[in-house]
Write a protein that binds this ligand. Structure first.
Ligand code: WQD
Length: 335
């Protein structure tokens, strides 16, 4: 199938493009490159030896989005494009609500106008709010702690309502847990501009010597070793989950957790990284980060049962592949 991937130059989007091509699909990427590099598209082509059509567009602009549908017979859409920093969203709520909601509406309107029946949406475990793990798709959602999380919850609501009014659509709302790792080639991975938001880029930049040490945000949580526990999922597993959703989704709007179902603490991840890559990660225990919760991991039975998908890679693979990518990064980012 010919698939439009919005945000296809991003960390998860680019890895999903590779999995789509590996599964025989052709890919069109629409991205504004505000948080990614067009070189990523070249790397996707280098890895897959396939041509990737790319458009530099503002995904919130309905006319720019619909012109892509006008020029290509698109059979499915995977919508990744959006701002994704929890902390930034608290400071810039208007930008987050406008960008993340208007892009979702623009994409959905074009799907309806051009008869595209399959739409996969990039959601997040953040929408669960303060629910207790393991998190299950039919749980009642609580208010999240940030505008980013609210844009994901609102986008899910918008797409569910669109599905109800248009029963011919097949919509998958995929709730990611903690995506980490990189493509096994070492050419595509998580390369945040400036100071990283997430744990693994901090670990790899500490390993590389760009950071003197890792700050561990609290060791007084009620967890195995006091540090935060999360469900880390390899980005390639996540990418393959999108292909499975595209190929198996039924009519209607359906929510799926994309996680491993296993929790790993910060110190367990650091220790694994040191063992796998034979490198020391100096760290300091500091205060908890505001808004953090102790434990978050997925119940993964629904995706396995309905999409025939489950994560295959473990935390060792994630640490190995993240480090390989970081070593290939020639761009020195001063912390
Ligand atoms: C993981 C653990 C930190 C950095 C975020 C978003 C979520 C989703 C995934 C988009 C926590 C600890 C971190 C550091 C640390 N993104 N940590 N030192 O907060 O679980 O989830 O990314 O959908 O929406 O909220 O991920 O990687 O920031 O933190 O100790 O320098 O690592 O306290 O326990 P998080 P994270």
């Amino acid at each position: 199938m010919s698939i439009l991937v919005t945000g296809g130059a991003g960390f998860i989007g680019s890895n999903t493009c590779i999995s789509l091509i590996d599964s025989g699909h052709s890919v069109i990427v629409a991205d504004n490159f505000c948080n990614s590099d067009p070189q990523v598209i070249e790397n996707i082509q280098k890895i897959t030896q396939a041509k990737v059509v790319k458009y530099k567009v503002d995904i919130t602009d309905e006319s720019q989005v619909s012109s892509i549908f006008e020029n290509h017979s698109i059979e499915g859409v995977i919508h990744f494009a959006g701002y994704k920093s929890v902390g930034e969203s608290v400071v810039e709520p208007v930008a987050y609500y406008h960008n993340n909601l208007m892009s979702t509406i623009a994409v959905a309107k074009s799907c309806l106008e051009y008869g595209v029946k399959k739409l996969i949406f990039s959601s997040s475990a953040t929408v669960y709010g303060e629910n207790v793990s393991p998190l299950v798709e039919d749980m009642h959602l609580h208010q999240t702690t940030n505008p980013y999380g609210e844009t994901k919850a609102m986008s899910e609501r918008i797409l569910k309502d669109i599905s109800y009014a248009n029963p011919h659509l097949s919509i998958a709302l995929l709730r990611y847990f903690n995506p980490v790792g990189a493509h096994i080639s070492g050419l595509i991975g998580e390369a945040p501009n400036g100071i990283p938001n997430n744990l693994m880029p901090y670990v790899t930049k500490t390993a590389k010597g760009e950071l003197e040490y890792l700050n561990v945000f609290g060791n007084d949580y009620p967890t195995v070793d006091g540090t935060g526990v999360r469900d880390y999922i390899h980005v390639t597993d996540l990418a393959e989950g999108h292909v499975a959703a595209l190929q198996n989704i039924e009519k209607g709007a359906h929510v799926y957790n994309l996680g491993t179902g296993r929790g790993t603490s910060v110190l367990e991840l650091v220790t694994t990284f040191e063992e796998v890559n034979k490198i020391n990660i100096p760290y300091k225990i500091v205060d908890r980060r505001p808004g953090d919760i102790a434990t978050c991991y997925a119940d993964v039975t629904k995706a396995k049962k309905e999409l025939g998908w489950e994560a295959k890679r473990d935390i060792r693979d994630m640490c190995r592949d993240s480090w390989r990518f970081e070593q290939n990064l020639h761009r020195f980012v001063k912390a």
